[in-house]
Design a protein around this ligand. Structure first.
Ligand code: GLY
Length: 338
């Protein structure tokens, strides 16, 4: 079967995203013609290899958010220097969202901007992290606080990489895939998984093309994320991002429902997609306390004007600020959290 090809349209920085089984065989043809050597950034536990004819070296970064640091960027940059990487060469990332974020930022900074090609190996990476040019690392004070918008030259989503993905990682990815059901009016359920991933990429590509630097519309990609970030923090990150996003979208649906923005059928559609189709948990763990969650949601990056959520409506998904705590309490009641 031929691979899907989606273009992220950004003028002279436009790039293709290839999706399909065996798509990584296209990698070499997608590298910048100026590249004489390549550095691959990956992790030891990623069982995905690519064939390259140009001289290359591999850099392994540690597993886990604790390695998503400026220190890692410094170490990578020193290895770029030792290898003699120039601005006309290329960085290739192979891994999940952490790898593509770190490699993207290292490439953005190296010689003030070196080409990067992403090969995401997780579902979250394919439908979200590798697309759209957000790169960065964490500080003690928070996630992704230092970074750059640096668009890749190409993204290659070889769905064969998903075969070896741990079950929990797949579940997390499905949380992000579910998000696209609500962002688009499409019947994503009628598509088989590879076409569904390609359609998610198309939806994200359009959003990024319209608002590359998140000055408006791109923020809808944070659907479900306001409660999700609070749940992740409140659980000490025991709840993974995709799991938290799934619960966060159910909460956002209840919020839209109590605010009369959506009807019973649309609320039920959220349960159908998230719980029944993707098998994700839709309950807030009863160890969580609603007051603590509300306090954490007030700290959300989007909250420039009171409690801010991305909410569904008859006209689609929108950013809504200044939400009364009364509606939050009604939504927690509906989800039976004390
Ligand atoms: N992951 C959200 C975005 O790319 O804007």
């Amino acid at each position: 079967m031929t691979n899907h090809k989606v273009i992220v349209a950004l003028g002279d920085r436009s790039y293709p995203v290839i999706v399909g089984s065996g798509a990584s065989t296209e990698l070499e043809s997608l590298l910048p013609k100026t590249a004489k050597r390549a550095v691959i950034i990956t992790q030891q536990n990623i069982p995905f290899e690519v064939k390259l004819s140009l001289p290359n070296t591999k850099i392994f970064i540690g597993n886990g958010e604790q390695y998503k640091t400026l220190q890692t960027i410094e170490t990578i940059s020193q290895q770029f220097a030792k290898f003699g990487l120039t601005r006309s060469d290329v960085v290739i990332s192979i891994g999940g969202g952490m790898v593509t974020d770190v490699a993207g930022f290292a490439a953005a900074s190296w010689h003030r901007g070196t080409a990067v090609v992403h090969l995401p190996t997780t579902l979250v990476g394919m439908v979200d992290a590798a697309i759209g040019g957000k790169t960065g690392v964490n500080l003690e004070q928070g996630k992704n606080l230092v970074g750059a918008f640096w668009q890749p030259s190409a993204v290659v989503c070889d769905v064969d990489a998903l075969k070896s993905l741990p079950e929990r990682e797949t579940r997390c990815g499905l949380g992000e895939v579910a998000k696209y059901h609500f962002l688009s009016g499409d019947d994503l359920l009628s598509l088989e998984m590879t076409s569904r991933i390609a359609r998610c990429v198309e939806i994200k590509a359009k959003i990024v093309s319209d608002d590359e630097r998140e000055q408006g519309g791109r923020a809808v990609l944070n659907y479900g994320h306001t409660l999700a970030h609070a749940l992740e923090r409140s659980s000490g990150f025991a709840l993974a991002h995709g799991e938290a996003v799934a619960i966060g979208m159910i909460f956002a649906a209840h919020l839209a429902h109590v605010m009369n923005r959506i009807d019973d059928l649309r609320l039920a559609y959220h349960y159908k997609v998230i719980r029944d189709v993707y098998g994700l948990s839709v309950s807030i763990p009863n160890t969580m306390k609603r007051n603590q969650l509300i306090d954490l949601m007030r700290l959300d990056k989007k909250a420039i004007d009171g409690l801010t959520f991305v909410l569904d409506s008859k006209n689609g998904i929108e950013i809504v600020s200044g939400i009364s705590e009364k509606y939050l309490n009604e939504s927690f009641d509906a989800m039976q959290l004390l």
